[in-house]
Design a binder for this molecule. Structure first.
Ligand SMILES: *Cc1c(COP(=O)(O)O)cnc(C)c1O
Length: 835
């Protein structure tokens, strides 16, 4: 049998060239009908909206793929330097709206559908979110590659094509239930399988010193269990500029030999089981945000991503340059999204030495000048460490290389600080102890020429704390790149009402240059503009209220203040502090203290890691408090509370345009940056927040008058440790005392005695690392000020306008420009108009 992907002998040079696809209503209508009627085989009896969505998606996809091919050819011909963004997570959400916006065919597409008796918004709801990430880190990767395409930077994303993405969250009796997210079940029109670029990834086996064919001794990694990596390409369109970059996601597949051996031995079931084991690698996303996973399968996933991606890039290099790696570092740069893909440092060494015969020094020169590392967290529980024996069993050759990297590195440290044994132990890539551990962050720093944090405070804390020794050794490696979000998705697409008003007022340049929004600032006090702004926000609040009614059965009054906290559920993010405020408000209302209070609708949303019990109990508490408040006629006018289930990108697209108050209330020094805070600000919400992460920079941009600041600073938090006495604080604060007494008295869990004891114990303990009680009074006071400001509609609207107007810094277009200028140094390159 002929292998499927070998070339045939007849050359067909013109075959891949087709005439360009039309972008008008007529062309889109014709394609839609052809996809629906012929490709999908549907007729007038079709009852499923899925097929209508699918026909629409295929129509758009063709137009993306032709530009993706064109962009690839342009990069290849120009031989430009390229960057590769390696990430275990890409939280993409839905593709349809973004594709239509960036192709510039929203209007003709909608018209085409109307002509066919269809409505765009209705079909778009059939798309499943691509939930290949946990939260901020994965969404950041998605915003980054969006901005790179719009800036026409030659950047390719590399990730894993998880069969099951982030779990779907259901709430039953107030508790989180996890459901599998089989997002590929109905097919995925946005991907293109490229089996001809399949790679082979090694696991297990052992290393041997052998003589190679040219008589030299070399190390070989043998007797391995190999797994195939099959790439799937997703188009990443720039904004109306012809560029469509690529996100390449790897799927694991069993090798043929693997199966053959067992099949030949007659062990059919064992063969199928072996196949399963291989394919398990890309089966499921680990649902832990900001905490270590520590499982063997996770390390397999990490190596699978690193190895397949680097082999792919090296194959491309060898195809275009042969085995000459002299200029490789001038033409390639890798950005590591956290330590998750850091095994790439050792894997690139292995590939260059073992597969391409470079010596150590040349290989190291290339590796250490092409790798760049982004740190995303200061939480110690999130720092990745792998037991050396697990590492050695799974990746013996890689562990040898890590030991050698470490030996050479420690010699450098010893030269720099002669006799400083403690420092050697602190800095070593290998942590000694009962069992040796590989410290991935140390490997990342040693192997990279750039190390960055994701907000100004975070980058400073890295230099002063976690990575202090490394900063002293290599200060020049350290830099800051404050995060951002893409305004195409997080404003132009998700907030059409406000976008229209903005564009009518200042033109549409803000879509690719967000600092243009500054031109709105002079209008912050203009009565007519305020009225239009308020009306736009009101529309968006009605849209969210309808969704809350549908999914939670709770009525939100769009006149009320929408007070919103959506993000992963984590103790450091302090949803608990927000709940304490809600209970305080309830207490005030019950006592008749309602003068000066605005009506409020409080919305919570977010997923808890399935094994994180405290986070799950916090979800239960929110739901129980909501149940009591929403069913109390005394509270009805004043306060509504919901926990919105299954928070994901497509939900945030409805939530952030409707927010009045953005809750960014983490313990200072714990949130590296945050990006939810930026989405809210851009859409005209006002932040109530601590001096943490990018909140600090948001406050700098809007000024103290347009931000509700509260809480201890990072230094004050550090200072208080050891002398923290929450019991005394509670005793001295009558409001807090009543809140705690309501909780302790079981007011919110009358039929489930004791179910919040854990939580009460945690936040009243002197060892509470999140110091919730310490910030209670200043939070309540800031909330009170926010409430008063809301009652003054003009004042609030002007604050809202100023927040949006000053959000220019928080575009990932700015972030990517900085990565490029300081780290990647790529030339922007526009695709040929015709090829
Ligand atoms: C933006 C976003 C996040 C990150 O939110 P933070 O408030 O920065 O933690 C998480 N999940 C989704 C779905 C998002 O869109």
């Amino acid at each position: 049998m002929t292998p499927r992907y070998t070339a045939i002998t007849t050359p067909l040079p013109e075959l891949y060239q087709t005439s360009k696809l039309g972008m008008n209503t007529l062309a889109l209508t014709e394609d839609f009908k052809r996809y629906f009627g012929i490709y999908l085989g549907q007729d007038k009896g079709c009852a499923s909206g899925h097929y209508l969505y699918s026909a629409m998606a295929h129509t758009l996809r063709d137009r993306l793929f032709e530009r993706m091919k064109n962009t690839k050819h342009t990069y290849a011909e120009s031989k430009c330097k390229q960057a590769y963004y390696l990430s275990m997570e890409f939280l993409m959400g839905r593709a349809t709206g973004n594709a239509a916006l960036n192709l510039g065919i929203e209007e003709p597409l909608k018209k085409a559908l109307v002509n066919l008796g269809l409505e765009y918004e209705e079909l778009a709801e059939f798309e499943h979110d691509a939930g290949l990430g946990n939260g901020g880190l994965g969404r950041l990767a998605a915003c980054f590659i969006d901005s790179c395409a719009t800036l026409q930077l030659p950047v390719t994303g590399y990730g894993l094509r998880y069969e099951y993405g982030m779990f779907q969250q259901k709430i039953e009796n107030g508790r989180q239930q996890e459901m599998p997210d089989h997002w590929l079940r109905d097919g995925n029109p946005w991907e293109l399988e490229r089996p001809e670029f399949t790679q082979r990834v090694k696991f297990g086996g052992h290393t041997e010193l052998r003589r190679n064919t040219s008589g030299q001794m070399e190390i070989q990694w043998v007797d391995t269990n190999d797994v195939l990596a099959v790439p799937y390409d997703l188009p990443i369109p720039g904004y109306q500029n012809g560029t469509v970059n690529r996100l390449r996601l790897w799927k694991a597949a069993a090798t043929d030999e693997f199966n053959l051996e067992d099949f030949n031995a007659g062990s059919y079931t064992e063969a199928v089981a072996a196949k399963n084991e291989a394919e398990n690698i890309s089966m499921v996303l680990y649902p832990n945000d900001a905490s270590e996973n520590g499982k063997e399968l996770r390390l397999r996933q990490q190596y699978f991503l690193a190895s397949a991606s680097l082999q792919d890039i090296l194959d491309y290099w060898v195809n275009t340059h042969g085995e000459d790696f002299e200029n490789f570092a001038d033409k390639n740069v890798f950005q590591l999204n956290d330590t998750h893909p850091t095994v790439a440092v050792a894997e690139l060494m292995r590939l260059l030495m073992d597969e391409h015969q470079l010596g150590w020094d040349k290989a190291w020169k290339i590796t250490s000048t092409t790798m760049a590392y982004t740190n995303h967290t200061l939480l110690p529980e999130a720092l990745e460490r792998w037991p050396a024996n697990l590492f050695g069993r799974l990746l013996p050759r890689i562990l040898e290389i890590i030991y050698e990297i470490n030996a050479r590195f420690l010699r450098e440290v010893a030269n720099h600080w002669p006799g400083d044994k403690e420092r050697l132990a602190r800095m070593s890539i290998i942590e000694e102890g009962a069992q040796q551990q590989v410290r991935m962050a140390h490997l990342a720093i040693v192997g990279s020429f750039s190390v960055n944090g994701v907000a100004a405070l975070h980058s400073e804390l890295l230099k002063k704390g976690l990575f202090e020794d490394f900063y002293q050794l290599w200060p020049e490696k350290f830099n800051n790149k404050t995060n951002g979000v893409t305004q195409r998705r997080w404003m132009a697409w998700c907030n059409p009402v406000l976008s229209k008003l903005i564009t009518e007022t200042i033109g549409d340049k803000w879509i690719t240059r967000l600092s243009e929004l500054q031109n709105l600032a002079p209008l912050a006090h203009d009565k007519d503009f305020q009225k239009s702004w308020h009306e736009a926000k009101f529309e968006n609040k009605k849209r969210l209220a309808a969704l809350v009614e549908k999914d939670c059965g709770v009525t939100f009054n769009p006149e009320a203040m929408f007070d919103i906290q959506v993000k992963r559920i984590h103790e450091y993010k302090r949803q608990l502090l927000n709940v304490l405020h809600v209970i305080h408000l309830y207490d005030q209302i019950k006592r008749g203290h309602t003068e000066g209070l605005p009506k409020r609708c409080v919305l919570f949303g977010g997923k808890a890691a399935p094994g994180y019990l405290m986070a799950k109990q916090i979800i239960k508490l929110i739901n129980n408090v909501a149940e009591v408040v929403n069913n109390d006629p005394d509270a009805n006018d004043w306060l509504k509370v919901v926990f919105f289930p299954n928070y994901q990108v497509s939900v945030m697209e409805v939530i952030c345009p409707a927010a009045d108050l953005s809750e960014q209330i983490s313990t200072a020094g714990k949130e590296a940056s945050g990006t939810g805070n930026m989405k809210f600000m851009m859409n005209g919400a006002i932040t109530i927040g601590t001096l943490d992460g990018a909140n600090i920079e948001i406050r700098e941009e809007v000024g103290d008058d347009n931000f509700f600041l509260f809480g201890l600073s990072e230094e004050e938090v550090a200072e208080k440790r050891g002398s923290y006495n929450p019991q005394a604080i509670i005793e001295n604060d009558a409001d807090l005392k009543r809140v705690v007494d309501l909780l302790k008295g079981g007011h919110f869990n009358q039929f489930e005695p004791g179910c919040f004891d854990n939580i009460i114990h945690a936040f009243t303990s002197p060892h509470d690392p999140w110091m919730t009680v310490a910030d209670f009074r200043s939070y309540i006071d800031a909330q009170h000020l926010a409430g008063q400001a809301y009652l003054d509609k003009e004042r609030w609207t002007s604050m809202s306008i100023i927040n949006a107007a000053q959000s220019g810094k928080f575009s990932t277009d700015r972030t990517m420009d900085e990565y490029n200028q300081d780290i990647w140094k790529l030339e922007k390159i526009a695709p040929h108009p015709d090829s």
